[in-house]
Structure formats: C-alpha cells, structure tokens
Ligand binder design. Structure first.
Ligand code: SF4
Length: 405
C-alpha cells in the first residue's frame, strides 16, 4: 500500500503503548501487519463482555446484584476468565441509579470537542471518522454526584500496576471533555482476580495539563505515521504482542524478548538462581578468611568482604513519650498517626498463642493490609507413587510414628 494514503488513526491508549517502538507501530498501523490474538487477550475480552452485560442488566432492572443472572452469563467461560469473574460475582454491588454506562466509546476531535459518545457492545472499537483524533472505550462510568464521576477499568492481569500509565490520565481527559459538567473524576484500575483496586483523582484544573500530554502524544503519532524512512526498532515490553517478534523484527537475533520463550526464561531463571546461590555461598566461605578483591580494566576495584553494619530500632516504651511531646507541641504535624510497626516484629510475639492468648486476634483487628502483587516462582512437587513394598513400609512407619511424614 502507498504509505501516503494511510489514514492517521485516532490516538488511543493501546496505540500510545505501541508507539514505544516506532518500527513495530508502523508495521501494524501503516503496513497493516496483523496482530495475533492470544488466550489471555481473548479471556480479557470475555471478562469485559460478561461484566458489561451484567452491569447493564443491573441498571435496567434496578438491582444492586443478581448473582443468578451473573451465573447464566458466566456459564461456559474459558478457565482463564474464571478467577476474575468469580471474584467479581461475589463482590460487585452497584447503585443502579448512578450507573451512566458500560463500554462507553468516546471520540473527540482535534480541539478535544466531543464527536461521539455511545455504548459499544462486544468490546473496544476504533473509528474511521476522520474528525475523531482521540478515542477510548471506558469500561464503566458511575456518577456518584452531578459533578463527580468514577471510571472503572477492569484488568484481568496478574500484576497489580501503579496507577501512573498514559491510560490513567487519558481516560479522565476523554470524560472531562465529553461531559463538561464534571468537576472531579476518580479513575480506578480494578484488578479483578485479586479483588484489588488502585485509584487516582483528577479535577477540572488538571485538564489543561492532560490536554498538553495528549497533544504531544498525538503529534508524535502523526510524525511516526508520516515518516518516509523506517525508524529503528526499540525492544520493550510491547514486543510480547508485536507480530514481528518471531519474524520480521530487525532486532530478532538480539531482542531479549525473542531469544527465549517464556518457559525457557523460567528454566534460565532457576538455573541463574541456583548458580547465584552456590557462588555466593562459596564466595562467603572464602571471604570468612580474608577480603577478596579484583580490578577491572578501568581500574575499578571490587571487594567481597564482611563489614560491620548496625540496624537501628527504637523501643516503643521510650519512644512514645518523645513522640507524644512532639505531637503536643506541633498539632499540625502529628507523628503518632503516621507511624507503623513492622508486621514481622509483632507477628513473632503473637505467634506464641499459649503465652499470649488473644494477642493475635487483637492485632489482626487493627492490622492495615495493603494488597499488591509480588513476583514469585513457586515449587510444587508431585508426590511420587511408592512401589507396593515401600508403601507398606511407609504405612508401618506412620503407624509407629504418626507425626513423621
Ligand atoms: S519485536 Fe521488534 S519491531 Fe516489534 S516492538 Fe519489539 S523491537 Fe519493535
């Protein structure tokens, strides 16, 4: 296709993410290379569809919940959608009178004036209307007050990200422009499978800043689309979804995302962890005797040795009077409410349940728990099937010592 005939598509959250690599962006949006789907993106669409139909049903029938209807909608969904939907089923309660709508597509023109706002069934869409320069599909909009809105964006991901992405700023901008009466918008990322949310609040005074951010991104998108020479590829997280990753990316041979499959990466990580641990153990044993030093070609010296280190802590008994005295003298800078005691210190005291009955319960009533996601590699061994003779021995040994596994 003649590149000069390529229509500049509206700026959207996903196109913004793809622009991180201009080469990959142009492959999809200028040269029309198809992006392959994945089980996980299909699951995400499925979850969005079920929730959207469910919430529209609650709004129409004026109910806060209707789990029977939810179960009908969720019948037969793929296993990858199940966790998020199960949690949503049990926790989602709405005020039907405050729902503005689900899957609301908003398209704005180049001056951020509203061109279209309507429900799109079946997920995200893009517009071919040349007037539309900015677009997005908002999963759920609720109006708790006439001048206040909440946008919920449903995520089926495992990772709980901080609310600082382009999308977090862009969607409130779309809604501020679509509904001029709004003064405050809360944008909430809902991590469905964990039942956890992260939110940010914007006021109308943020709009000029948000428009500037979007205008800059739009002009970058325009330049990228109209380039006459392909830009250099830049590997980034988006490579995982790029259709050129395994064929066509000029960085294919060195791109870290292309070199190993996700499963090979896990094997490699286990190998690295084991190698690091062994090496560190041996190094520490050598360093028990004397410091070990090497120098690189830039004459920088690296030394492995044991050095003294102090850990500072404060006894509560002696510290509280100091803090209270401060709080008394500085009513505008109260320290007590800001301080937290580490869980590991208190948990170790509460563990002795015979010596300190009730302490664990008391503490659990005041514990502050902040859910987040943590990367981990779990290990689950298959129980070997013991041959019959061994099995009999095992049964005998259990009988004689029931606590021995
Ligand atoms: S695979 Fe290559 S072309 Fe695609 S986004 Fe990554 S670096 Fe860019």
């Amino acid at each position: 296709m003649d590149d000069s005939l390529v229509q500049l598509q509206p700026l959207s959250q996903s196109r913004y993410e793809q622009m991180a690599c201009g080469f990959g962006y142009r492959a999809v949006h200028v040269h029309s290379v198809d992006r392959a789907g994945s089980i996980w993106s299909d699951a995400g669409n499925e979850v969005h569809h079920v929730l959207s139909v469910y919430i529209e049903h609650l709004a129409e029938t004026r109910q806060p919940t209707d789990v029977e209807y939810f179960d009908i909608l969720a019948t037969g969904v793929r296993p990858e959608s199940r966790d998020g939907l199960d949690r949503a089923r049990n926790s989602l309660v709405v005020d039907p009178d405050k729902i503005l709508g689900t899957e609301q597509y908003i398209g704005l023109d180049k001056n951020f004036a509203l061109v279209v706002m309507e429900r799109v069934q079946g997920g995200h869409r893009t517009s071919s209307d040349p007037k539309i320069e900015y677009e997005g599909t908002l999963d759920l909009i609720v109006l708790p007050a006439p001048t206040e809105a909440e946008i919920s964006d449903w995520k089926n991901h495992f990772f709980i990200a901080a609310p600082d992405t382009f999308q977090v700023h862009f969607y409130p901008l779309l809604l501020f422009c679509a509904l001029p009466s709004l003064e405050v918008i809360h944008f909430r990322l809902e991590y469905l499978r964990w039942g956890v949310g992260r939110s940010v609040t914007f006021t109308r005074s943020d709009v000029p800043r948000l428009k500037k951010m979007a205008t800059l991104a739009r002009s970058r998108q325009r330049k990228l689309t109209l380039l006459t020479k392909e830009p250099k590829p830049t590997p980034h997280k988006g490579c995982m979804y790029c259709p050129l990753l395994l064929g066509g990316c000029p960085m294919e041979k060195v791109n870290p995302y292309a070199r190993l499959s996700p499963e090979e990466r896990l094997r490699y990580q286990l190998y690295l962890d084991a190698a690091r641990e062994t090496n560190l153990t041996l190094l520490k044993e050598w360093a028990e005797e004397k410091p070990i030093s090497i120098q690189d070609e830039n004459r920088i010296t690296y030394t492995a040795n044991f050095v003294p280190r102090s850990r500072t802590s404060y006894t509560l008994d002696n510290t509280l009077p100091i803090l209270d005295a401060w709080d008394k003298e500085h009513p505008d800078d109260q320290l007590r409410p800001q301080l937290l005691i580490g869980a590991s210190e208190l948990n170790s005291l509460a563990k002795a349940t015979r010596k300190r009955p009730g302490l664990a319960t008391g503490l659990s009533n005041v514990a502050m728990i902040t859910p987040s996601s943590e990367f981990q590699i779990t290990r689950e061994a298959l129980r070997p099937v013991a041959p019959r003779n061994d099995l009999q021995k095992l049964v005998r040994s259990r009988r004689s010592n029931p606590y021995r596994l």
